[in-house]
Design a protein around this ligand. Sequence first.
Ligand code: FES
Length: 170
Amino acid sequence: MSEQNPAPQQANEDYSPSRRAFHLAVINIFGALIGLALAVPTGIYLLTAPRKRGGTKWIDAGDVGQINPGTPVELSFQESRLDGWRLVTEKKTAWVVKNTDSSIVAFGPQCTHLGCAYHVENGQFVCPCHTSIFSLDGKVTAGPAPRPLDRYETKIENNRLQIGDLKQQA
Ligand code: FES
């Protein structure tokens, strides 16, 4: 009778408590390694702050020698900025006016009424949406625009225009 069913006893001997403990330990170690592999990058992503922008970032917008005094020129340039953790590059424009004393003013391309793009007409900036008109120094001369054109910070380096942040004018 006892020889009729020897297999269960043999199976129990093959799967002794120490072997079971070893397998459980290996499974637990693999589980812990997988958890660690997922947790470390997730923790770094969530706990580290995105890079902060320090001060004004200057962007080269072109040769100022090509601009004639009193004639507005629309210049385009590429701005890279950090959007959360992504680096985004955008094409931007500025209306640039060189004064007779060679100082440079760069205006934001949007009307200060509702943000339409304006253009140059008869030596002034004209917005087609509600006919606001701005003089070449950015002041409102007609229409509903509530304030002068916004200005970019500018500086000249090696005869090239460097454009910084866009600032609202009072
Ligand atoms: S958006 Fe320019 S006048 Fe209204």
